[in-house]
Design a protein around this ligand. Structure first.
Ligand code: HAM
Length: 402
């Protein structure tokens, strides 16, 4: 027997219904905010992720499904959605048009991580990317949109925000941080020591307890932001205050992807164990330029569908459509014709074998149908059907022609 690969899952029944509910709810909200659908390929040139997510990130250095295709090209299954959408924005020459663009997407992402609860190798994201808007109002709007999606799904969350500065204030901060980290390097873990060289900001993200206690004393970028970044961050917090959206400023929130500047945020749930991030995002004003487009500010987010699957409150399912069955073999084909005609407008579950009344009524419940439609001996003789409305319990016999 061949099973799915480790860290990959089939979705069916209750799970696939939950998945569809998450995606359709998110789409409904994203459309209200003016987003339109974009579909980009799952396979891209590896260089795209190296240049955007960053060579030194865990995603690129350890977790990519990367291989040479039959034509000798170095390709990769997308580990996230933003890079592909930015690539499409640039390849489609949208960076040369004055119009602002807002895209939503959903689909599978691939990261070769160690699988555990809430951490898969193939998982699904719903994401939005907004291009052309530099105002911090857009950061606020994006955050409220994620909040609205979770609210519509009945999911509680905590919001963490931080500012990652800009090319003016980040480099001097990085230098301060590196000299702080170098001084305490003997007491930091091996991972942190490696990162001091490759990506010092990521040290702040270390989960090791000893490292965390030492890092409490580290310089904080939030105290060293340039005037423009500081003004925007203060504006963002005051907008969130005004909107009554609770948040925590988390100075260690650095995100695992290198393309962010200014606003970075994560939505976390304390109901799902250690993999608690249910959405993440932020501003990435340099990425379009970095992928050879014209300078275009941008901000976005992605929600992890599998992480919220167990949290969503599913709406009560109402009885829907018809169940049709025959109680004598000669009526089967009539039932099939009737079902075919009705399917042009309604959901119909049809039973091909003739069965007794009780057995059909079990089928009606299993199909969760609103109406039971049966043809027995009398109905066949009189060219009628028996119909029961399963909600009002009203029954009647009506004439029909196929
Ligand atoms: P990310 O934080 O890497 O950001 O992923 C977003 C969400 O995807 C996470 O919060 C989590 O819910 C889910 N996720 C990530 N890895 C896994 C996994 N291995 N298994 C299950 N779920 C996972 C991004 O990907 C950015 N592209 C978000 C973004 C869009 N930033 C700007 N625009």
């Amino acid at each position: 027997m061949i099973n799915p690969l480790r860290g990959m899952k089939d979705l069916m029944f209750e799970d696939s219904q939950r998945f569809v509910h998450i995606i359709t709810t998110a789409i409904t909200v994203a459309k209200r905010y003016g987003y339109s659908y974009i579909e980009t390929p799952i396979l891209e040139e590896t260089a795209l992720f190296r240049r955007s997510v960053g060579d030194s990130s865990d995603i690129v250095s350890k977790e990519m499904y990367q291989f040479e295709d039959k034509g000798g090209n170095d390709v990769c299954m997308r580990p996230e959605g933003t890079a592909g959408v930015v690539r499409a924005f640039v390849s489609g020459k949208l960076d040369r048009q004055p119009a602002k663009q807002k895209f939503y997407y959903y689909g599978p992402m691939f990261r070769y991580e160690r699988p555990q609860k809430g951490r898969l190798r193939e998982f699904h994201q719903f994401g939005c990317e907004s291009f052309g808007e530099a105002s911090v109002y857009e950061d606020f709007t994006i955050i409220t949109m994620v909040g609205q999606i979770f609210k519509a799904l009945g999911i509680g969350f905590e919001l963490k925000i931080n500012s990652l500065g800009c090319p003016e204030c980040m480099p001097p901060y990085k230098q301060n941080l590196v000299s702080f980290l170098t001084d305490i390097s003997e007491d930091l873990c091996a991972d942190c020591n490696r990162r001091i060289e490759t990506n010092p900001i990521r040290v702040l993200d270390c989960k090791n307890e000893q490292c965390q206690s030492l890092l409490a004393q580290s310089p904080k970028l939030i105290d060293e932001l340039c005037e423009a970044c500081d003004t925007d961050f203060k504006k963002l917090t005051s907008l969130l205050d005004d909107a009554g959206i609770a948040y925590e400023v988390d100075t260690n929130l650095v995100r695992g992807l290198d393309y962010y500047n200014k606003t970075a945020f994560e939505f976390v749930s304390n109901e799902i164990g250690s993999q608690s991030a249910i959405a993440g995002g932020g501003r990435y004003d340099k990425l379009v330029e970095y992928l050879d487009g014209k300078p275009t500010p941008a901000v976005g987010f992605a929600i992890g569908a599998e992480r919220i699957m167990e949290l969503v409150q599913m709406p009560g399912r109402e009885r829907e459509g018809y169940y049709m069955g025959a109680m004598v073999p000669e009526a089967v084909e009539k039932i099939i014709m009737l079902a075919n005609r009705k399917r042009t407008s309604d959901k119909v579950t049809v039973e091909y074998s003739s069965k007794g009344f009780k057995s059909h009524m079990k089928g009606v419940d299993k199909a969760h149908a609103r109406y039971a439609v049966l043809i027995g001996e009398d109905e066949l003789a009189n060219n009628t059907v028996w119909i029961k409305d399963m909600e009002s319990k009203e029954e009647k016999t009506v004439a029909y022609t196929v």
